[in-house]
Design a binder for this molecule. Structure first.
Ligand SMILES: [Zn+2]
Length: 264
């Protein structure tokens, strides 16, 4: 059986107007944790694709979905139009095209997402690299019979991802403490000269900073996993709306959506 694009694309994707500001585009990506936006005219015909990469290449400050823009940067981003930095006339495919063709097209042109259009050229869906990887996992028999993941599936996947991260951090911290103990011990038994001692101390100090960050991350992971156990992970404590999975991945301890967090 041949796999078709329509089985793996996300339907009803969010798009943006070429005349919208780059700030608006950034916020749309930020809220949804996505790196590509199809650009559509008023008839919803696809006229371009804006990638986070395009913003990075055009704006004179770092752009990341992990960091909100500062006021000056927001002002600068407001002065750019989406149509000025997007890629025009992008590659597109139809929902009935084969997934193999889509994957080949994306690999060949090194594109991270493919807008899927109907016969009129209007946006019908979006196929991302991640969608193609899910399709691959399915065809390899890893997800037999599983439905396309919805919000619940995304959260479940996030929870196991966070659990694995917690285990890795715990193991690393335990290893570090052990190494430090050994070092102190050998220091007592066989005192080092000043220079050697200095090097070791610097190393210990810099990894201590990293440890502190890791301990903070660990607390955030504990908090997120507690909330998951209570069935409230991903629900904004203030407005009750959803917190995007990308935000939870970056800030597992987040208990408010971006809009509510910004209202502080
Ligand atoms: Zn909220």
């Amino acid at each position: 059986m041949e796999a078709h694009v329509k089985a793996f694309m996300s339907g009803d994707p969010v798009c943006i107007d070429p005349d919208a500001s780059v700030l608006e585009a950034f916020e749309r990506m930020w809220e949804r944790g996505i790196r590509h936006l199809p650009v559509c005219d008023l008839a919803r015909r696809v006229v371009g694709v804006l990638a986070l990469e395009d913003m990075r290449a055009s704006l004179p400050f770092p752009i990341s979905l992990r960091r909100p823009l500062e006021p000056g940067e927001r002002q600068a981003a407001r002065e750019w139009r989406v149509g000025e930095i997007m890629s025009h006339a992008p590659e597109t495919l139809g929902p009935e095209n084969s997934l193999a063709e889509a994957a080949e097209r994306m690999a060949e042109h090194r594109i991270g997402c493919l807008p899927i259009v109907d016969e009129q050229g209007c946006l019908a869906g979006l196929l991302s690299e991640t969608d193609v990887l899910w399709a691959l996992a399915t065809s390899l028999g890893l997800r037999k019979g599983e439905e396309r993941r919805g919000r619940a599936g995304d959260l479940a996947a996030l929870v196991s991802e966070l659990e694995r991260e917690r285990e890795r951090i715990r193991a690393r911290l335990a290893g570090r403490q052990e190494a430090e103990r050994t070092l102190e011990q050998s220091d007592r038994e066989l005192p080092l000269d000043e220079a050697e001692h200095g090097t070791n101390l610097t190393e210990i100090r810099s990894s201590r900073t990293l440890d502190e960050l890791a301990i903070r991350r660990l607390a955030a992971l504990d908090h997120a996993l507690d909330r998951a156990a209570q069935g409230v992970l991903g629900i904004c404590e203030r407005c009750g709306g959803p917190i995007p999975v990308a935000r939870l991945r970056a800030l597992p301890g987040a208990t408010a959506c971006v809009a509510c967090a910004r209202a502080d």
